[in-house]
Design a protein around this ligand. Structure first.
Ligand code: VG1
Ligand code: CO
Length: 546
């Protein structure tokens, strides 16, 4: 085997602090861009004894450039001395399935090729990230090391080998590395079978429980077919847009109320199925809609936590919960009632890893439609649907009844997120800087008729390893518990996206039916005034309201 040494130089654009790399396909496909990142990862994580006995898991969401990228990864992994690569057939592995495979096969880690909910195709986005041996996104210590390596890289090690046939399950050799092409679905289905009572779900579906699942032409199609239709006996057609396509059929695989509007419309009809759900490009997000009712992700997390004991895996209760800071505090109330701890972490799944590994939490989630548990170290869209189905089947109630019952018991955290997309980066940064400077003077004052209890730039100390993550979002907390949070997105690829998160708690059944935007109207106005949004961005309205 002859290892090729390709001279290269650092390529800018790998932001420190982000768990992976997301860019336009044209940037990724140009020159050594992808190869530089992959080599930088290996340089950052190489154990002292080398990669000899190590297994690398490789797979992606099937988007444009996925197949080529996998060949590049395989050659560089072989040249860097990996013993074995496990590759999803046709290059497919959903993010939660990759996490499952890493854990089950005791892999050293994995490279997941996806830009998640970002659009795909030749003009769309591509992405790659490294997950560690626990199956979770690399923690900041590792991502910072990857960034540092990417700034000093001068050489890529690769091989001159023909492309591996990733369409055929079985083993082949690339240089000295064993490449095993695996069924991307099997390990994941087995894990779900162990967590949930498939017999009970099958009986509920046979008894009339109806589901519709939109895979948005992204990676969850094969998983949803295998589980909902084959294992649980839901009728053919339950899974919509179930074939992964390189350009996601020209759609944006983001299961929100804008890009999955058709599902919302369908679920608002009187004869709608009991549960409507969708997932994103790489299968880690979930959208949950009951007949006639959308369940905001923060509420979904709270409702799942309150009812998790109805599924076998969580029968004995949960150890604790965690939510990202901008996620509403609905789940905090459930944790208080269950008398388990509730952790508040920065945005991004990597911050849940230590808490899950240490057994301090069982369930966790984010307002951005991510929910998961200790079964893997990623958020998991199909898992969330299975847990919802389990709860509906066990309680024999509709989603609307479960939600109204929950709000009656715990009160309701009215919550919305306003996204201002494609902003001029300098303008967005100026807004954040100005607001950040204002925050220390806000406590004790009042705005829009509300007293401000505290205002700060969120900083997190990991309770397990003590590591500190700063600048994780500007938050303004009012005396009545209402909150406004501002942060800039770390996942966009065009300009800057400002996310403004707005929340207010209300107890008492009289207000349960109120429209969320109306319930938060005064805080929404305050959020714009405080940040001088119009002045900095020239925007009158957000682009996406969730
Ligand atoms: C967004 C979400 C965040 C999520 C991240 C990755 O990040 O807000 O909650 O963890 O996407 O999700 P940002 O920085 O754009 O706000 V996924 O499904 O794209 O892996
Ligand atoms: Co995703």
């Amino acid at each position: 085997m002859t290892i090729k040494h390709i001279a290269t130089s650092p390529i800018p654009g790998m932001k420190p602090g982000t768990s992976g790399l997301r860019k336009k396909v044209i940037e990724f496909a140009a020159g050594n861009y992808l190869a530089n990142f992959v080599q930088s990862v290996f340089n950052a994580v190489r154990p002292p004894q080398g990669f000899g006995g190590c297994t690398l898991v490789v797979g992606g969401d099937g988007r444009y450039f996925n197949a080529e990228a996998i060949q590049t990864v395989i050659r560089i992994a072989a040249a860097n001395g990996f013993g074995r690569a496990l590759v999803g057939q046709d290059g497919i592995l959903s993010t939660p399935a990759a996490s499952c495979v890493i854990r089950k096969h005791n892999a050293f880690g994995g490279l997941i090729l996806s830009a998640s909910h970002n659009p795909g195709g030749p003009d769309g986005d591509f992405g790659i990230k490294f997950n560690a041996a626990n199956g979770g996104p690399a923690p900041e210590k590792i991502t910072d090391a990857i960034h540092a390596e990417s700034m000093r890289i001068d050489e890529i090690l690769t091989l001159n080998t023909p492309a591996v046939d990733i369409g055929r399950i079985g083993s082949q050799r690339v240089g000295e590395m064993l490449v095993e092409v695996i069924d991307p679905v099997a390990d994941y289905v087995e894990l779900m079978r162990n967590l949930f009572d498939f017999n009970a779900l099958r009986a509920a579906i046979a008894g009339g429980l109806r589901l519709t699942f939109d895979a948005m032409h992204a990676v969850t199609g094969p998983y949803a077919h295998a589980i909902f239709e084959c294992e649980l006996g839901a009728p053919a057609g339950t899974v919509k847009n179930g074939t992964p396509l390189p350009d996601f059929g020209g759609h944006h695989p983001d299961p929100n109320l804008v890009h999955a509007k058709h599902l919302l419309d369908l679920m608002m009809a009187p004869d709608a199925p009991d549960l409507g759900a969708a997932s994103d490009g790489d299968g880690d997000r979930n959208l949950i809609i009951g007949r006639g009712i959308f369940i905001p992700p923060s509420d979904s997390l709270a409702m799942l936590a309150a009812n998790a004991h109805l599924a076998p895996a969580y029968r004995n209760g949960i150890a604790g919960v965690a939510r990202s800071m901008p996620t509403s505090a609905a789940v905090d109330r459930v944790a208080a009632r269950l008398e388990v701890p509730c952790f508040e972490t920065p945005t991004g799944w990597k911050f849940f890893g230590n808490l899950l590994d240490a057994g301090r939490i069982t369930l966790c989630g984010e307002e951005s439609a991510g929910t998961g548990s200790n079964h893997v170290r990623e958020k998991d869209g199909v898992w969330a649907v299975l847990l919802w189905l389990s709860i509906i089947a066990a309680r024999r109630q509709s989603v609307a009844e479960i939600a109204r019952g929950h709000w009656a018991a715990y009160g309701r955290n009215y919550y919305t997120r306003h996204d201002y997309e494609g902003l001029d980066t300098a303008a967005a940064q100026a807004l954040m800087k100005t607001l950040g400077e204002l925050l220390p003077r806000l406590a004790g004052t009042s705005v829009g008729g509300r007293g401000i209890a505290m205002a700060d730039d969120f900083s997190y100390t990991d309770p397990v390893d003590g590591s500190v993550s700063q600048n994780q979002g500007l938050r303004v907390i009012f005396e009545d518990g209402a909150r406004i949070v501002y942060r800039l997105s770390g996942t966009g690829t065009t300009g800057a996206t400002l996310r403004v998160y707005i929340e207010r708690y209300e107890a008492g059944p009289a207000l349960l039916a109120q429209d969320t935007q109306a319930a938060l109207a005064d805080l929404i106005a305050t959020s714009r005034d405080l940040a001088r949004l119009n002045e900095f961005t020239g925007r009158e309205h957000p682009d996406v309201i969730t």
